[in-house]
Design a protein around this ligand. Structure first.
Ligand code: PEP
Length: 266
């Protein structure tokens, strides 16, 4: 991958979270189209990751490796134990063996629908780091919390809990995704100013905890109804270093436009 760029030398990361969509056959088709749409100039501008369902990871990995496509493979979740009697779970060892580079932890849908606690999210994050992959730690407030003016304590509290036990030297590998829950899948994205305000607070918190050098290296994504139409204005903000994209990442052409950060295709 080319050297990092952008504010503080951070290369933006555009991640497609496909959630429970796309069979392995559909996933291959989307990645093929994406690889065809993106040019070396696009990969220079931003790093791109795709996060298919577990059932499609192997197929997508094979395609990326065989065609030497510079798209990073990502997972949507992981369990924190390496192996054992945990029916239905997938271990970090299994993901690392598939060349998974990024693993989403603490997505709000996991927290909401599957009762994941901050403590569990932290164990998952540490497991990802232990296996030399990069966690994407999701944090974000509900609409009630935003309206009550408690966005910052909620987000910083999730950050504090999720990053327990992470040493400064590992922190540059961690990506933080600020995802206001009210913006996920609703078509109502946070304004660039509101998203920037929270991402800036995240970086300030990281600066207090780990020092300005580390805080300047950590990528902070925004997620929540990102589309080809709003990516450029979000990316114009100094503390937004990419996007975690759900719905708009399912279609190769729309996701390619987002990965180009709103720039025209070349
Ligand atoms: C997400 O799944 O993390 C997400 C932000 O979804 P969407 O882009 O559909 O709002």
């Amino acid at each position: 991958m080319p050297a990092a760029a952008g504010p503080g030398g951070r290369k933006p990361l555009i991640s497609g979270n496909w959630k429970m969509n796309h069979t392995h056959l559909d996933a291959i088709a989307v990645v093929q189209k994406l690889a065809y749409s993106l040019s070396p100039a696009d990969y220079d501008r931003a790093e791109v990751s795709v996060h298919p369902a577990f059932t499609a990871l192997r197929s997508v990995q094979t395609l990326l490796d065989a065609d030497e496509v510079p798209i990073a493979l990502g997972a949507q979740d992981v369990y924190f134990e390496d192996s054992g009697a945990f029916t239905g779970e997938v271990s970090p060892v299994m993901l690392a063996k598939l060349n998974v580079a990024y693993v989403i932890v603490g997505h709000s849908e996991r927290r909401q629908h599957f009762g994941e606690s901050d403590e569990l999210v932290n164990k998952k994050l540490l497991a990802v780091l232990r296996h030399q992959m990069r966690p994407i730690l999701c944090v974000g407030e509900t609409l009630d919390e935003r309206e009550a003016g408690t966005t910052e304590p909620k987000v910083l509290g999730q950050l504090e809990a999720g990053l327990q036990g992470v040493p400064a030297e590992a922190m540059a590998s961690v990506v933080v995704a600020y995802e206001p829950i009210w913006a996920i899948g609703t078509g109502r994205n946070a304004s660039p100013e509101d998203a920037e305000a929270v991402c800036k607070s995240v970086r300030a918190w990281l600066g207090e905890r780990y020092g300005a050098g580390v805080a300047g290296q950590v990528r902070v994504q925004y997620g929540g109804s990102v589309t080809p139409g709003n990516i450029a204005e979000l990316m114009a903000e100094p503390d937004i270093d990419g996007a975690l994209v759900g719905g708009a990442s399912l279609d190769a052409e729309r996701f390619a436009q987002i990965a180009r950060l709103g720039q025209p295709a070349r």
